[in-house]
Design a protein around this ligand. Structure first.
Ligand SMILES: C[S@@+](CC[C@H](N)C(=O)[O-])C[C@H]1O[C@@H](n2cnc3c(N)ncnc32)[C@H](O)[C@@H]1O
Length: 330
């Protein structure tokens, strides 16, 4: 294990009244301090003291005695995961990682211009491909991983998943990083060199972009499908239910929908039921409220609702134009 130059085990916090190995430690962190005592490859960092020590993942690795602190002017032989990298970490880096380890630059993202990148680093400086942070500071944000995530990402990409897990398990949120990036990490692990990882990353991002676009279009359709905003309250409460419940309700044939998602009353299918006093509101294919008779005509496909049909206008309690605007209210 690589030990930081200024540390020993004496500064390692110990749980009060606790002996190592107990499952009942007061804090999960305390348990983790006793759990991790070594790491299978070298870990190093240049620490520029930009960050709050309590929130800094690099500092915590240092307190755990897992990472070696590098001086400015010192170079590292292994993979240096750095914003100054040129290519991205790739499975072909496995050999370097196993023999010489991995390093990071502990600094603030906002103060990268203060970091003397020409005096640190090494022969194998790498960027990370697109991955999403799981740490509490930047949760859900892509690219800007913290130090432990960056090291773990490097190990995961070269195929050392157990190392990634071992390192991250020192943080309560740590393993979530592997979970939320699981699929993407598998894509990267199946690559070879830096170019193939970059290509896979770009394809992934294109796919994401397409999905966002499709979702936007779909949401637009959904808005249109809502049709008349004055739809019956019962219908709206049903929309709040889970899909499963909606399906069940459809099966029960309490309500039925046309192929535009508008409610068609059972009454429109059965003449006998049309006789019922219990008159449900009915909607045309644009979600406009129409009378019982209109519904029959729409169902038969013979005629659409017409503003000129005065008799039926009188029967309807409320009438709406095709954009769902109220035009008549009795
Ligand atoms: C800027 S520091 C921020 C550290 C944070 N304060 C913490 O608590 O760990 C994060 C370091 O992780 C590495 N890193 C994170 N994301 C990276 C990426 N997308 N490409 C290259 N290096 C990255 C770099 O060494 C970077 O300097």
């Amino acid at each position: 294990m690589a030990k930081g130059k200024n540390k020993g085990t004496s500064d390692t916090p110990r749980p009060s009244g606790h002996t190592g190995g107990s499952k009942h430690s007061r804090r999960s962190e305390t348990k983790q301090y006793t759990k991790t005592t070594s790491f299978p490859t070298k870990l190093a960092m240049w620490d520029f003291d930009h960050c709050d020590p309590k929130r800094c993942s690099g500092k915590k690795l240092e307190r755990l005695g897992l990472i070696k602190n590098m001086r400015v002017g010192q170079k590292f032989q292994g993979i240096v995961v750095s914003p100054n990298g040129k290519g991205v970490v790739c499975p072909n880096d496995l050999e370097i990682v196993v023999s010489n380890g991995a390093a990071v630059v502990e600094c603030s993202w906002a103060r990268l211009d203060e970091v003397p990148f020409n005096k640190i680093g090494g022969k194998h400086e790498r960027l990370l491909p697109y991955l999403v942070a799981a740490n509490q500071v930047n949760y859900g944000r892509p690219w800007k991983l913290n130090c432990v995530e960056a090291l773990a990402a490097c190990f995961a990409i070269v195929g050392k998943m157990e190392w990634a897990e071992q390192l991250l398990s020192n943080f309560s949120w740590g393993l979530a990083f592997l979970e939320i990036n699981k699929e993407l990490l598998e894509v990267y692990q199946a690559c070879t060199d830096s170019e193939s990882v970059t290509k896979a990353q770009n394809e992934w991002m294109d796919k994401l972009q397409r999905e966002v676009q499709e979702r936007k279009e779909h949401d637009g359709e959904d808005l249109w499908m809502q049709g008349n905003a004055n739809r019956h309250a019962v219908d709206e409460s049903e929309e709040d239910d889970s899909e499963e419940e909606e399906e069940e309700e459809e099966e029960e044939e309490e309500v039925e929908y046309d192929n535009l998602g508008n409610i068609i009353s059972k009454h429109s299918h059965s003449h006998e039921e049309d006789e019922s006093e219990d008159e449900e509101p009915q909607y045309d294919s644009l979600g406009n409220l129409i009378s019982k008779h209109d519904a029959e005509e729409v169902e038969e496909g013979s005629e659409e609702y017409s503003d000129e049909d005065e008799d039926e206008e009188e029967e309807a309690e409320e009438l709406y134009d095709k954009l769902g605007n109220l035009i008549i209210s009795n």
